[in-house]
Design a protein around this ligand. Structure first.
Ligand code: AGP
Length: 609
């Protein structure tokens, strides 16, 4: 997930672009860049790492106001190609610059065609093909807008694009499909942003685009001109809305906390996680090669916290689907237990940040022992990504909330896809089963769309769960790790005591805690061990614990009941219940007046032991 900005006008354009990017840095900060055009001379500045590096690089760039200039800018969250200066945006053709947020799925096919026509590429990114394809189409007919339309129609995937070109020195071409892009304006200026944030305090009005819309903006004789078209090149009405929000509100996209925004983002980011990886009959990870799994007889997964829970959940999938014996270790235990390591083990580490000290040390131990290593990570170029033999990026975008949500969801989808990828190599599943699972994975974004009634019900329900002496979160099978995750979410933002347990463990001691002050959150999927769960919950209810049942079926003895949709796949129930647990923990914490995004005693990345 990246951030893009654009501007036409007579303000100090360097300031406008850089300030705009600083409002979008939460979307990614692997690299940043700006391109500015004055009359027909184009200049470009790019740097890796945080925006400050770009500010340093452009400190001598003077763009005094009262001169009409056109410019675009980009802050990058790497999805294709390492975060290097060459891969930083804007990308260049011969005479045009482009910035892009999203993933062009068919970029390889386009790149091959263009290379055959003499185009030379310098980066590993998908974005670079857009500039070359535009110039290729412009050669074939002189109208720049038509060339841009033909270019956009050839792209497959998600994109928000801004393009400037020498031959059109006071215009910006734009297109949107699946990634956010907003246009803002005053009488004689035009602004673009990936969210409202860069436009706040500058534009008076905004227009929100629909997917598959494109167009061109310009300033002639101090008056703005905006043209928006649909895929058929038919003009679209421009709906103008006033822009009167504050910056902080804008960065959170109107949500109360980054955590809430990130829970709601899960549907969209999972689409990006899946993009280009679920093909017609199989899973493809372009970051992997099949040799990774040669002579692999078992898997060890190592992680901390929420990432450990994703690893534990995935072990059910690796054994059930890939038929590969899998064990899961807490990294801080693993690194000191003098583990037995052998070379036919695939060592997988899972980490949102890629910097967690214990997980990083475990990875080093595995590398030193000569094991093949794979990291499932959300931050490209992080320490673990640089160390592991192979990486699969989760593409969740920046996760600002300390309580991990969308990172967990994307880890789960990557691990589910990986279990199928390995199963396909080991031929441990039928073609029919694989097709069913691929369809199921493609359904996850819709499963993660949040029903407002559900959220409202959880807001109301949360008032009943503020003062117990503790919570049991119980589940069976893959819902046991989800119970652990639900308990952790609650603990870390509400500061209430909660424990996740395998439901079958109650009789082995924990049920001694059951009384009217104990809250039990019971995960009761229809598709896995429902009857077993019922009897475990009845035992707790009989001892007066207050029961909150999460299930597709009404459960008469539950004191409270959160209904999820009836599903024919246990992973659909898994993701539906994940949303319930995330929102329940957040609403309880909000009622308790806690800082949901920065809970006490915690840090987003634990880079020390
Ligand atoms: C989860 O909500 C916590 N923030 C924490 O448990 C986190 O998952 C853990 O510290 C691991 O972090 P990582 O995924 O960046 O390695």
């Amino acid at each position: 997930m990246c951030g893009i900005v654009g501007y036409i006008g007579q303000k100090n354009i360097k300031e406008v672009l850089i300030n705009g990017l600083s409002e979008l840095e939460y979307r990614g900060y692997d690299s940043a860049g700006i391109a500015i055009m004055q009359e027909s001379n184009l200049s470009i500045y790019k740097s890796i790492g945080k925006l400050n590096n770009l500010i340093d690089k452009t400190k001598d760039l003077k763009t005094d106001k009262n001169i009409l200039r056109v410019g675009i800018g980009h802050t990058r969250w790497a999805t294709h190609g390492k975060p290097t200066e060459l891969n930083a945006h804007p990308h260049i053709g011969e005479f045009s610059f482009v910035v892009h947020n999203g993933i062009i799925e068919n970029y390889k096919k386009i790149k091959d065609k263009l290379e055959k026509n003499g185009h030379k590429f310098i980066s590993q990114t998908d974005t670079e093909v857009i500039a070359h394809l535009f110039e290729y189409n412009l050669e074939k007919q002189s109208d720049a807008l038509k060339a841009f339309q033909i270019t956009i129609n050839e792209l497959e995937g998600a994109y928000a694009i801004l393009l400037i070109t020498k031959s059109e020195n006071n215009r910006i071409f734009f297109a949107k499909n699946g990634s956010p892009l907003i246009i803002g304006y005053t009488e004689d200026e035009i602004y673009f942003g990936s969210s409202d944030a860069p436009l706040v305090g500058l534009a008076n009005e905004v227009t929100y685009f629909n997917d598959n819309e494109f167009g061109v903006v310009s300033i002639y004789n101090n008056t703005n001109s905006i043209e928006i078209y649909n895929k058929k090149f038919e003009k679209v009405d421009i709906i103008k809305k006033s822009l009167s929000i504050n910056k902080q509100f804008a960065q959170k996209g109107g949500f109360r906390f980054f955590m809430e925004k990130e829970v709601y983002e899960q549907s969209r980011v999972i689409s990006e996680t899946i993009m280009g990886r679920v093909k017609d009959e199989k899973i493809e990870f372009e970051e992997l090669n099949k040799t990774l799994f040669d002579n692999i007889e078992n898997i060890t997964i190592c992680a901390c916290g929420t990432s450990f829970h994703a690893g534990l959940a995935s072990s059910y999938l690796f054994e059930r689907i890939s038929k590969v014996p899998t064990k899961v270790e807490v990294a801080s235990e693993f690194r000191y237990k003098e583990p037995l390591l052998n070379k036919n083990t695939l060592f997988i580490v899972i980490s949102q940040s890629g910097e967690t000290a214990d997980t990083l040390e475990a990875l080093k131990m595995a590398k030193e022992a000569g094991l093949k290593t794979l990291v499932i990570c959300n931050v490209d170029n992080s320490s673990m990504v640089r160390l592991a033999d192979f990486t699969i990026l989760t593409r969740a975008g920046i996760e600002k909330g300390v309580a991990s949500t969308k990172a967990f969801a994307t880890q789960m989808v990557v691990l589910w896809m990986l279990s199928l990828y390995i199963a396909n190599i080991k031929k441990s599943i039928s073609k029919e089963f694989l097709e069913k699972e691929l369809k199921a994975i493609l359904t996850i974004p819709s499963i993660l769309k949040i029903d407002n009634n559900l959220h409202e019900k959880l807001k109301r329900l949360s008032k009943r769960y503020l003062h117990g002496h503790g919570f049991f979160f119980i589940g069976r099978d893959i819902f046991y790790p989800l119970a652990l995750e639900g308990a952790l979410k609650l603990k870390e933002i509400s500061y209430l005591h909660a424990e996740g347990y395998p439901a079958g463990e109650m009789k082995h001691g924990p049920i001694a805690l059951a009384d009217s002050e104990l809250f039990t959150i019971a995960l009761m999927p229809k598709n896995i061990l429902y009857e077993k769960m019922k009897s475990n919950v009845e035992e707790l209810s009989a001892r007066d614990s207050t029961i909150l049942a999460i299930s597709a079926y009404e459960f008469e003895i539950a004191d409270d009941f959160i209904k999820i949709k009836e599903q024919n796949h246990y992973m659909f129930e898994f993701f539906e219940m994940m949303i319930v647990l995330q929102l329940l923990a957040m609403e309880i914490a909000i009622r308790l007046g806690n800082d949901v995004d920065m809970p006490r005693n915690l840090a987003k990345s634990v880079t020390v032991e």
